[in-house]
Design a binder for this molecule. Sequence first.
Ligand code: PLP
Length: 445
Amino acid sequence: MQLDDRQKKLLGRTFLDYQSTEAFLQNPIVVSRAEGVYYWDTEGRRYFDGIGGIFVANLGHGHPRVIEAVKRQLDTMSFSPPMHGTSDIALDFVERVGEVTPGTLNFVKPFSGGSESMEAAMKFARQYYKQTDRPHKYKFVSRYLGYHGSTFGAMAASGTGKRKTPFEPQMPGFIKVYPPSYYRDRFASWEECNRFCAQMFEDAIINEDPDTVAGVIVEPIGNTGGIIPPTEEYFHLLREICDRHDVLLIFDEIITGWGRTGSMFAAETFGAIPDIICSGKALSNGTIPLGAMIAREDMAEAFKGDPAAGLNFAHGHTYAGSPVGCAAGLAVINEIVEKDLAARAGKMGTYLAEKLEGLKKYGVVREVRGRGLIRGVEFVKDTNGLQPFPELGMALKKTALQNGLIIRVDPTWFAVVPALVISKDEVDEMCELIDRSLQEALAMV
Ligand SMILES: Cc1ncc(COP(=O)(O)O)c(C=O)c1O
């Protein structure tokens, strides 16, 4: 699309996330409307949204039930006093989240997004140990290639290399190990690779001194790492390692939560229950900033006692527990449960994966992977040599947009993470757009 002079001038006065304005201006999009799996730009051109906003619009853009819930709450009360009280709807939200989470993950603190939930989890973990006679446990072990948010703590837990360099030095107390995807070609089997990488967590904890380690932080399926799901055994091993060394297992389910992987949470998909889940993104379907830190209920006991002792969770944000956010969250959860959208994501994900497998005919696809409706496709120059093919990804980024398709390209792989409500016809339409864009990209490299 063409930008007018005013739009160009205004783009000079703001920044897009993780994107150079000059690169954006070569192929700009300014959208003004969204519905279901589509956006429309200001010139009326339609785009297929293959990543649900950015893993947000699980129910499709503009879902009537969520919009209605938000409107109703706006008409009733849009804000409640965070330091003097709470709201009826925030308590309803706490109850409903607890009903759909696995295990005893019933302690729920709402926030305004993913990074806030991650920050809260890390502060909660540190304070928890201080108040339960293990005051030296403060370090976190997470993974290279992981992404947990843009704020300082979440960034320190992330392993996103150059993205972090401009902000160094990073916060101390964050140790990194490698995800299985990093070593996958160096082991005889994927299972063996996963066992080795789980063991790395234990080795790091032992060498750091378990008495100083508070938590292990992982995304069950890392997006920045290329959507490569570890084995179920990997998560079972992490659970055992954390139990052995009295370390909290923290799952960043900011992308994988709320039905995405075929279960309500990836914790269930992989059969390992963490001590804390961090949530965000799809929890409000993109209507209003919303996240939640969800912890084992018994952990909250460490924060309770005689009022004279002044025990509390020394943390808060102005919009944490926003009644409007909670109203959106309740509507989203109820819709997912009533329509069984997690199971739907599982079934439709299998169909999507089969369609994506069809791209192998071009001889440049190493692997199609993922769970449910989070799928990644990796490019190689040839399927024997397995040499990465970033030039193809860069070309695909352009051709996809030219064809009106929004997907995540990184550039040796691309991801499709569509709304859970996507129909079979819409999967077909998206895959046709991908196929066409890939053919055009191949002609360019
Ligand atoms: C896995 C993961 N964790 C955390 C975050 C941070 O969430 P937010 O951008 O809402 O702060 C993101 C955002 O992309 C994410 O993908």
